[in-house]
Write a protein that binds this ligand. Structure first.
Ligand code: SF4
Length: 426
């Protein structure tokens, strides 16, 4: 059973008089378990919906769905599938006390992988899930592979039951499911010959594996440092050399690099990033792969008018990971706007200094950096650091933060979104 949370006006759901709280029980006699059932089973032009109203009355609707008319039904959030693994580098274990409850949930959910591009390990799939992924063609999925040697993978996931991933992926590939994959690089465990084996095995699955990203392990002050460490510069360089070998082979065979290093891997290796064209459609951008080049592309494509920005002093708040990379982006912004940009690459006061991504910055760190900066005309904050309720990681609300700093602030994903349109008053 799934429950209605909201119904959009002028939608089929509104025409059926579905209201928040209505329980959606079955479509064409098939019980509804979650949003996937709902979306796939109501995609037909004609279906029978069984629902239970708030009064307890059960109703059957014989629905004709005109082409193009949305159902307009927002469902209550699904219950997240919990992770069966215990990786030494698990981000959740690295969280300090006192953050949003959701941050303590270890999710490993193929449904979110399909819908939002979250990486899943597929180690908690039941036979029913396998059939469902194929039936609904949930493709592409995003899979954390880490290593294809089953012993090494089980070690990394700390899960003696973890699936042998290559046969599992092959089974899916033979049924038309494709994958974006990632390897979190843990030095001494899955680098060197293991990395070679992993990439060889994944490459051998052919076009069913759309891409592989290589991401250096990220640890916090609260992680299990006795068990796992971050790679050195030389280890990052060695991993990039392997990435390059496979990318060169893939470009020759398939016309795309296929194997990508995360921006952070280049940063830690102290190696220049590839050009934007290298990343194609930036399909693993959300995983920090090609993020810098993507931003540069967005800025170049945006129609930012210099009027209103000339000589303004603009602070760009970011994490320390982007700090060294952002000057490349700022050079483009300065040329277009003639404004003066200052990069505020903040230490993460919540997770510790080794968590460097802008999206995990707490509001308190941003507030501390901005509250005495009356010399700034504007501050751009990373939009990905707040959730849908505009809360930062430490539950500080964006408007409350804005009220405590002396300059206007704008949330921004790519700078261009905050700088297109009107500037700010001096
Ligand atoms: S797969 Fe590993 S890193 Fe991911 S949530 Fe589970 S334990 Fe944490």
């Amino acid at each position: 059973m799934i429950r209605v949370q909201a119904v959009a006006p002028d939608s089929l759901g509104a025409a059926l008089e579905l209201i928040p709280g209505t329980e959606l029980l079955a479509v064409n006699g098939k019980d509804l378990e979650d949003f996937l059932d709902w979306e796939f089973l109501t995609a037909d032009e004609h279906f029978v919906l069984r629902a239970r109203l708030a009064s307890g009355e059960e109703i059957e609707y014989d629905v004709e769905r005109p082409e193009g008319l949305p159902m307009g039904v927002m469902l209550e959030p699904p219950r997240i599938r919990r992770c069966a693994n215990h990786c030494d580098f698990c981000f959740v274990d690295g969280n300090p006390q006192g953050m949003r409850q959701a941050l303590y949930i270890r999710d490993d959910d193929y449904r979110l992988s399909f819908r939002y591009g979250n990486f899943a390990t597929l180690t908690n799939l039941k036979p029913w899930d396998l059939a469902r992924i194929v039936e609904y063609r949930l493709s592409p999925l995003y899979v954390s592979v880490h290593a294809t040697d089953p012993v090494v993978r089980r070690w990394l996931l700390r899960n003696p039951e973890a699936t042998d991933v290559i046969p599992q992926l092959r089974w899916f590939v033979e049924r038309g499911i494709a994958f974006h994959t990632q390897v979190v690089l843990v030095p001494g465990i899955n680098d060197g010959p293991q990395l070679l084996r992993t990439l060889t095995d994944l490459y051998g699955l052919g076009s069913g594996v759309l891409s592989v990203s290589m991401v250096p392990v990220a640890l916090t002050e609260f992680s299990k440092h006795a068990l796992v460490r971050q790679p050195t510069r030389e280890e990052c360089r060695a991993a990039l050399a392997t990435v390059d070998d496979f990318a060169a082979r893939a470009v020759a065979d398939r016309g795309v690099p296929w194997c990508y290093g995360a921006d952070d891997l280049y940063l830690q290796a102290d190696v220049a990033l590839p050009p934007a064209e290298w990343y194609g459609d930036f399909e693993q951008r959300e995983n920090g792969v090609g993020a810098v080049r993507y931003l540069q592309t967005r800025i170049q494509a945006a129609r930012i008018e210099p009027e209103g920005w000339r000589d303004k002093r603009i602070g760009i708040v970011t994490g320390t990971a982007m700090g060294p990379l952002i000057p490349q982006i700022v050079a483009d912004l300065t040329q277009i706007t003639k404004a003066h940009f200052e990069i505020l690459a903040l230490e993460n006061t919540l997770f510790g200094s080794s968590v460097t991504t802008a999206g995990l910055l707490p509001g308190t760190a941003i507030l501390a950096a901005l509250q005495n900066r009356s010399d700034l005309d504007l501050a751009l904050l990373p939009a990905e650091s707040v959730n849908d309720d505009l809360l930062f990681m430490d539950d500080i609300e964006a408007h409350a933060l804005a009220a405590q700093v002396p300059m206007p602030v704008r949330l921004s994903y790519d700078f261009a979104d905050a700088l297109v349109g009107e500037g700010v008053a001096a």
